[in-house]
Write a protein that binds this ligand. Structure first.
Ligand code: ZN
Length: 160
């Protein structure tokens, strides 16, 4: 006979305990893992020394002021401690689609509406996006901006 002390098997009862681990210390939303090199590169100069440990995550909640937080040591950096606006946070201005070449979402949409671009490649030719890519350091999530540009193109296409 199997004795089940955990009441149910779906995990809902133990979820409360595990939930906070790894989540944003302020809003408790789930964060995405980000490399230390990205955090170091994007915090303002006077905050660089405070970047300790390497278990960093980025808070994806657009309402939350926290950008990076460390899961291990509690270090966190807010929007005003980061050099660039975070495109998915509320009131980001300008809203960059490509951080390496400083191309904004607006420019991508304009390339779609005024120049008829439909693909990321076409947008790149028109706007100069994704030239000299160094996404690991420049993009706040440390990932290639390809996806963000594609989303901006979709927005533009939907406006047509
Ligand atoms: Zn948060």
């Amino acid at each position: 006979m199997i004795k089940n002390n955990n009441a149910c098997s779906c995990g809902c009862c133990s979820q409360d305990l595990v939930q906070t681990k790894g989540n944003c210390p302020v809003c408790n939303n789930k964060g995405e893992a980000v490399g230390k090199v990205t955090v170091e590169h994007l915090v303002t100069d006077d905050n660089r020394k405070a970047v300790e440990g390497d278990q960093y995550r980025i808070c994806l909640n657009e309402e939350c002021d926290v950008v990076y937080y460390n899961v291990d040591n509690g270090v966190k950096f807010l929007k005003n401690q980061i050099k660039v606006p975070i495109w998915f946070k509320k009131d980001a201005n300008p809203k960059y689609a490509c951080y390496c070449s400083k191309v904004t979402e607006e420019q991508v949409i304009e390339a779609v509406l005024k120049h008829g671009a439909k693909t990321v490649q076409e947008v790149n030719v028109i706007t100069g996006a994704m030239k000299n890519s160094n996404c690991k350091e420049n993009n706040p999530m440390g990932v290639c901006c390809h996806k963000i540009i594609q989303e901006a193109i979709n927005k533009g296409l939907a406006m047509k």
